[in-house]
Design a protein around this ligand. Structure first.
Ligand code: ZN
Length: 145
C-alpha cells in the first residue's frame, strides 16, 4: 500500500460538520459529492498528501446511519491508496482478510474502492482505493493480453 489516502469520518449533518472542519483545519472542503449507491453525501478536505472525507448517510439503510446509531459520529474508516486494487484484493484474500467487495466498485472522488471487513482487520474498517482512470487503463491492458 502506498499511503493513507484519506480518513473517513461519519457525521450526522454534513453542513454543520463542514463548518466545524473548516474552522478546525483552516481550509474549506474542495468538493461535495453524493454516492447514491452507498446512500451517502460526502465532502473532502485536502491536507497535504492526505484527505479528510466527511460522510453523512442519506437514507435509513445507509451504512453511515447504522454506524452512527451503533457507535456515534466519529472516525469511520481508513483508506489506503494502492497501486493496483485487483492485485491488492487477491493478496489480502490470500493473507486471510475478509473482503466486503471482491470486485472494486465506484467510490467518491474519482476512485474505485473495496472494503475489508473490520472483523478481519482489528476492528478497523479499511478501504482500498485507486484512481478510477488508472483502474480502467489496467483493465484494458489486461484484456489486451
Ligand atoms: Zn472513504
Amino acid at each position: 500500500m502506498k499511503k493513507i489516502e484519506h480518513l473517513g469520518i461519519a457525521v450526522n449533518n454534513l453542513k454543520e460538520a463542514n463548518e466545524l472542519y473548516t474552522q478546525l483545519l483552516g481550509i474549506a472542503p474542495y468538493k461535495e459529492e453524493s454516492v447514491e449507491s452507498e446512500g451517502v453525501t460526502t465532502s473532502f478536505f485536502m491536507l497535504g498528501q492526505t484527505k479528510i472525507e466527511l460522510l453523512e448517510g442519506t437514507n435509513e439503510d445507509s451504512p453511515i446511519r447504522k454506524f452512527i446509531a451503533k457507535r456515534g459520529p466519529g472516525i469511520h474508516h481508513i483508506a489506503f491508496a494502492v497501486e493496483d486494487i485487483s492485485v491488492e484484493i487477491n493478496r489480502l484474500q490470500k493473507e486471510g482478510f475478509i473482503l466486503l467487495n471482491e470486485t472494486p466498485k465506484p467510490g467518491a472522488d474519482g476512485k474505485v474502492v473495496a472494503f475489508l471487513h473490520p472483523k478481519s482487520s482489528g476492528g478497523v474498517l479499511v478501504e482500498l482505493c485507486m484512481d478510477a482512470e488508472d483502474y480502467l487503463k489496467k483493465l484494458e491492458e489486461k484484456s489486451d493480453d
